[in-house]
Design a protein around this ligand. Structure first.
Ligand SMILES: Cc1ncc(COP(=O)(O)O)c(C=O)c1O
Length: 452
């Protein structure tokens, strides 16, 4: 293909993107005024666009990629399963990869979780946990139908479907839909307050729902050590169910397979997603204990069935990818090799305090948030129009690195398989990008002062 022809195709794709697409969490007005990066291929830790530019994938393609892109083992498992059957329903039928994956997830999972219910996005996995918990109290040995609501933490994020938003707490994303939500109690990060709320509303509460160790989408807000366990203990003390959302933290992100392991937590229900398939195909799962499962057993006329399912629930190709990903955890000793890289982040991040617009640095294993602030001492935020983190993301992209903003927090969440040298590049590029934006914003505010 000639160079001109290639440019033409790239331009046509960009035009069609702006003309026909609506991207998630994207202000399309800004999007339409910019040139999109159109990813065509990927290998290892790199994404490659239609023009052949390579970008280090600093956010694991939205926190999902575990073993790198284009791993032959996962690709091969997908192709082999495709050659057997691409899809066969899980309603009334079963299949080998779905069965084997369920066994392996149960073996890996914390505590007493021993049943796997598949879905395809993290939000669905959470909704399913909410519905299971709610129905449980209506069908358990001593039914408690007054239990209708959930306790969650402020700033939590569990996905964008209406139920998942109801238990979420990020006003920016959810406030506009608030009249659609079922009521929940939203607690501050205060264990005494949480216990008081639980005692006050004990009879109406179904469960406590939370992200363990860190609130990811809130901008990597890391709880103090022991905080998640303390909330689990409160839930246990007052006989509430404990739903843990490991969609972001699961599959090695915090340094252990599941975040619950850090604090010896044994949840009643656990939502999984993102890294479950190694980041190759959409899969999610809700794991439940035997106690919950038993409450759903009965004769047809008792109507105790869990009335929930999706067309592609437990798709066999996706399950095959997930099995191959679990094999790679063993073969590559992913978690063992991750530890020095977590340490490398711990050593490299304090250096960012040298940058005047860095207001906070938060890390939980391989999850990092660098919060930008106008003034670190007064904790003054940037104005939204200053687009501080968006500028950093663009500056990093020009330097060949993809990172994402969450408000004014720059998120780093590379594939667990990233090499030490690539991780050093990620840190260097993000550092240089923040430094460049600090200078740019300083120049702009200096000019503004001059003009006044
Ligand atoms: C903790 C948590 N739960 C749920 C979700 C929703 O997952 P999905 O986007 O696959 O619906 C996310 C996504 O970021 C998440 O971080």
């Amino acid at each position: 293909m000639t160079f001109e022809k290639h440019i033409d195709i790239t331009q046509t794709l960009a035009d069609d993107d702006k003309r026909y697409l609506w991207h998630p969490f994207t202000q399309q007005q800004a999007w339409e005024s910019e040139s999109p990066v159109i990813i065509e291929r990927a290998e290892g830790s790199y994404l490659i666009d239609v023009a052949g530019n390579r970008y280090l994938d600093g956010v694991s393609s939205l926190w999902v990629n575990v073993h790198g892109h284009g791993r032959p083992e996962i690709n091969q498992a997908i192709v082999e399963q495709l050659n057997r059957v691409a899809h066969s329903t899980f309603l009334g039928l079963s299949h080998p990869p779905g069965i084997t994956l369920a066994r392996r997830l149960v073996e890996l999972s914390p505590g007493q979780l021993n049943r796997v219910f598949y879905s395809d996005t993290g939000a669905a996995a959470v909704e399913i946990a909410l519905k299971m918990a709610y129905q449980y109290w209506r069908q358990c040995p001593t039914p408690q139908p007054n239990r209708t609501t959930f306790l969650t933490l402020r700033n939590s994020y569990h996905g964008d479907t209406v139920g998942a938003m109801s238990v979420g707490g990020i006003d920016l994303f959810f406030q506009i839909y608030q009249h659609l939500f079922f009521p929940t109690y939203k607690a501050h990060y205060d264990l005494n307050e949480i216990e008081r709320m639980v005692i006050a509303h004990k009879d109406s509460l179904v469960a406590v729902v939370m992200e363990p160790l860190v609130q990811g989408a809130a901008g990597m807000l890391v709880y103090p050590s022991g905080f998640t366990r303390a909330i689990w203990e409160i839930a246990k003390r007052h006989d509430l169910l404990f739903i843990v959302d490991e969609v972001a933290t699961g599959f090695g992100r915090t340094g252990t397979m599941f975040a619950c392991e850090h604090e010896g937590i044994e949840p009643d229900l656990m939502a999984l997603g993102k890294g479950i398939s190694g980041g190759y195909l959409p899969l999610a799962a809700t794991l439940a204990t035997e106690r919950i499962y038993q409450a759903f057993l009965g004769q047809a006329h008792e109507f105790r069935t869990f009335y929930h399912g999706h067309t592609y629930t437990g798709n066999p190709v996706v399950c095959a990818a997930a099995l191959a990903s679990l094999d790679l955890f063993e073969q590559d000793q992913t978690l063992r090799h991750l530890q020095p890289k977590i340490a490398q982040l711990q050593e490299g991040l304090p250096h960012f305090w040298e940058l005047p617009i860095v207001g906070d640095i938060r890390q939980c294993g391989f999850m990092v948030g660098i919060e930008l602030m106008q003034n670190r001492d007064t904790q003054a935020a940037f104005e939204i129009e200053q687009k501080a983190a968006i500028r950093v993301v663009k500056a990093a992209r020009q330097r060949g690195v993809i990172v994402r903003p969450l408000g004014d927090v720059v998120i780093l969440m590379p594939p667990l398989s990233i090499t030490a040298a690539e991780l050093a590049t990620l840190l260097d590029v993000v550092y240089a990008s923040i430094a460049a934006v600090a200078q740019e914003l300083d120049t702009v505010s200096y000019q503004n002062r001059e003009e006044q």
